[in-house]
Design a protein around this ligand. Sequence first.
Ligand SMILES: Cc1cc2nc3c(=O)[nH]c(=O)nc-3n(C[C@H](O)[C@H](O)[C@H](O)COP(=O)(O)OP(=O)(O)OC[C@H]3O[C@@H](n4cnc5c(N)ncnc54)[C@H](O)[C@@H]3O)c2cc1C
Length: 450
Amino acid sequence: MPGPTPPLLRVAIVGGGPGGLSSAIALSKLENVEVTIYEQARELREIGAGIQIGYNCWKVLELLGAEADVKGHVQETILQRNGLNGEVLGERTSTSVEPRYRGQRVRRTRLQAALIKKVPPGVIKLRKRLASLQNIEGGGSRLVFEDGEEVVADLVIGGDGIRSIVRASVFPNHAIKFTGRTIWRVIIPKSLIVDIPEMIVSTAWWHGPAGHFYNCLVDDPVETPEDQQMWEIAVHNVVPAAMVKEKRFSWGIPATNERVESHFTEYDPRVRDALSRVPQGLWKEFSSFSGPRLEKVVAWDKVVLIGDASHPLTGAFGSGAAFAMQDSWILAQAIDYTRSFPQPLASALEIFDSVRSPYYLRMFVPNFLLLNVKVIPQLMCSLPSRYEHLDQMAKIAQDAKIKNPGQTFEESLDVKVKAFGGGASASLSWIYELDIKEVWEEYVKTHKSD
Ligand SMILES: Cc1cc2nc3c(=O)[nH]c(=O)nc-3n(C[C@H](O)[C@H](O)[C@H](O)COP(=O)(O)OP(=O)(O)OC[C@H]3O[C@@H](n4cnc5c(N)ncnc54)[C@H](O)[C@@H]3O)c2cc1C
C-alpha cells in the first residue's frame, strides 16, 4: 500500500548549468516536489566548447535518463607530445573499457540540450539573477532577485557555479581568487586544420614549459558528415597569480587571436599554424579561480550547494559536470529516503553532506597520500583546509621541481607524461570509475539499522 503523500516541498534551484538542470530532473521525479530553476541568462546557451564525458559521467547520465542524446567523439588514442618539437612521449588507449562507457569529447551544447530535454516544461525561469538570500527564522529562505521579485522556498539549491551568490549568502567569509591559470577554448571546423601534418590524427596534448595545447574532435564521425565535423582546441597558460594585475573573469569572455598566440610563440610550428587558422573572434577566455575548502556544503537546514558552487576548483579533474550531476542525484535520493520515515528536510541535507563533503575533501589530499588509504583519516585531520593543489598533475610536477630545482624542460615533461599515463590517473580511479548508484546503495546498506 502506498504511504501518505509527503508534504509539499518547494524547491528553488539557482543556476541552469549541469548541476541545476540535473537537480530539476532528479527532484521532479519525487512526489509532491515543486521545482523551479532561476537562471540569470537570457537564454540557456553553453559557451565552453567541448566537455569530457567519462565513465563516472555516463553512469549518472544514465540515472538521469539523459545519456542517449549525448554523443561525441570516442577518444580511443590519446597522445602526449613535447609541445616544442612534437615528439610523441606517450600514448594511451581506452579499449579496455566497455564501449558505451568510453571517454568521449562532446560539444557542451549537446550535453546541455540532453539535460534540458529531460527537465519538465515550465520549470526554467530565465533572466532571474539572484541578488541575495535571506534566512526566514522558523520558515524557508527568501530569494531576492535583481529585478526586485522575491520568492520563498523550503529548499534552496545553489547550482550557481564558482561565483555562487548562494554560497556567499550562507558562508559570507568564503572567498575565491585567481589561481594563475588561464584557459582559452574554441571549436573550429576540422577542414581548417586538416592539412596540418599530424594535427588531426588523434586527441593530443602538446606540453610546453608553462601550459599546453590540447586538441580533439568533438563530433561522432559516424553521425556527422566529414565537412561538418568540428575540432576543439583548448590551450592553457600558467603564471604566478601575483604577477597578474588585470581584472580576471571566470567564465568565457572573448579573447583576440593575438592574446592567445602570444603565449605559444615557442611551440612546434604545427601548433602555431593551427592557432593562426582560428578565425578571429571565436576564442573564449576562462580564468581559473579557487578558494578554501568548505567544511560543509549545507547550511541553515534548508540550503545546499552543488557542483562548482560547493567545491570552488574550476576545471580541475575534467569531471566538474559529472560531480555536479552526482550531487543532484544523491540529493534527490537523500530527500526521497528521509521522506519515507519520515524525517525532516534537515536530515536529508545532513545525509547529502555526509556523502559528498568527504568525497570532495579527498580530492585535495595530495596524491601520494592516496596511495596509502589506511593513513588518510588520520592525516586528513591535520591537513590545512585549503585547496592548495587543484590539479593532481600540476602537484606531481611541482613536487618534482622542488626535489630537483635545476629540472630541465625535458625532465619536467617526463614527470607530466608519467602522471598522465598512469600514476595520477590510476590512483584517481575513485573519481573516474565511480558509479554514484553504488555509493548510494552502500550508504543505505550501512545505515539500514539507524
Ligand atoms: C575551461 C574549463 C574546462 C572544463 N572542462 C571540463 C570537462 O572536460 N569535463 C567536465 O566534466 N567538466 C569540465 N569543466 C568543469 C565544468 O564546466 C563545471 O564543473 C560544470 O559546468 C559545473 O556545473 P554547475 O552547474 O555547478 O555550474 P555552471 O556550469 O557554472 O553553471 C552555473 C549556472 O548558474 C548561473 N548563475 C550564476 N550566478 C547566478 C545568479 N546569481 N542567479 C541566477 N543564475 C546564476 C550561470 O549563468 C550558470 O548557468 C571545465 C571547466 C572549465 C572552466
